[in-house]
Ligand binder design. Structure first.
Ligand SMILES: O=C(O)CCC(=O)C(=O)O
Length: 345
């Protein structure tokens, strides 16, 4: 209407002007289409959020009967907030004085039906442990780890982390702005996907525990979509690392999984026929004597950890979501990166 009126007033039609106007109309159309599209996406996200909230409520109800016998520990020398403020992506060396105190770290052994909750001086959750209580699932997990094809020998930045075998079956965004499937999963796609499907119940239990003890992390992990039809491979988490310590008496050396979500938690579970292999948590000055089926929720990006020597055959699995995927969600869906605000909190 406006174009015709302009043409009538200005005499002969200016073709360039008409094209410019058409171009503007086309741009307006694209903006409107994008708005409709983004409002559709927002509505979808609201539906996902409502569904996650419902699941969290159900999980909380279950928690009331599942975790009746909880050993609660408050550590006054460490706070979750401080660990987050001190976090760096790079390697950190541990204070030799702290290493010297390892023999006097508090050792915790849990009874089969006992859960453990360790909080810091700021009440932030540092560790939660609860047993899956499903021998059949642990046996299947162990057998399916044994059946995995042997991976390439494992080095981390040129340094051998340990003698054990490990696989990463995950979605991550290592050195990339957009998440993608890890090479180890692409290279072993059939056996990797079979492994993930066969152990879906283990991931469900681990995720359920995460939803019970850290509901906001459970929600953030699952709220935003992934590109190119990629899916979360391990329940709430994007993927997992699988460790098989069968070719050495030693499990992991001291390390921190610094790439994991800084404001998230990972989920660890071990299986096999073994004794030993206790999990040493250095900043907490605590050693967890884990048995097969113990599920551990902890911020492995913040806490240096390693395993004591193992007797027998021990395997473990750590489900994780990396911080680099949070960067993608921040760019694409405006997720607020708490990492960027941590010095002000
Ligand atoms: O097996 C364990 O207990 C620890 C595993 C671990 O720390 C890791 O995979 O990063």
């Amino acid at each position: 209407m406006r174009i015709r009126l302009d043409a009538a007033l200005n005499g002969p039609v200016d073709l360039k002007q008409t094209r410019r106007t058409q171009h503007r109309k086309h741009e307006t159309y694209l903006v409107l289409a994008a708005m409709v599209h983004s409002s559709k996406k927002r509505k979808k996200r609201e539906r996902v959020k409502a569904e996650l909230k419902r699941r969290i409520k159900t999980l909380q109800r279950l928690a009331d009967c599942q975790h009746r016998n909880i050993k609660e520990i408050k550590l006054h020398h460490v706070a979750l907030g401080d660990l987050r403020r001190r976090w760096t992506q790079g390697r950190t060396t541990l204070d030799p004085m702290l290493l010297g105190r390892v023999p006097s770290f508090r050792r915790i052994h849990l009874a089969p039906n006992e859960s453990l909750c360790i909080k810091g001086s700021d009440d932030g959750l540092l560790v939660y442990v609860s047993n899956i209580c499903r021998h059949d699932l642990m046996e299947r997990l162990y057998q399916s780890i044994i059946a995995l094809p042997t991976p390439d020998h494992y080095h981390y930045r040129g340094i051998k982390r340990s003698e054990y075998r490990t696989w990463h079956f995950c979605v991550w965004a290592k050195y990339s702005k957009v998440p993608f499937l890890s090479k180890e999963l692409k290279d072993n796609f059939e056996s990797g996907m079979k492994f993930l499907q066969d152990n879906a119940k283990v991931f469900r239990s681990l995720s359920g525990l995460l939803g019970q003890v850290a509901p906001s992390v459970f929600e953030t992990f699952q709220l935003y979509p992934l590109p190119d039809d990629l899916e979360r491979l391990c329940g709430a988490w994007l993927g997992c690392a699988i460790n098989h310590g069968g070719n050495s008496p030693n499990q992991t050396n001291v390390h921190r999984d610094a790439s994991e979500a800084l404001y998230g938690y990972s989920g660890l579970i071990s299986c096999g026929n073994y004794t030993g292999g206790a999990l040493v948590l250095y900043e907490l000055e605590t050693i967890l004597e884990l048995k097969s089926g113990d599920m551990v929720i902890f911020p492995d990006a913040l806490i240096n950890h390693s395993n004591e020597q193992v007797q027998g055959d021990r395997c473990s699995l750590v489900a994780f979501t990396q911080e680099n995927v949070y960067n993608y969600w921040a760019r694409r869906y405006n997720l607020t990166l708490r990492r960027k605000m941590r010095y002000h909190v």
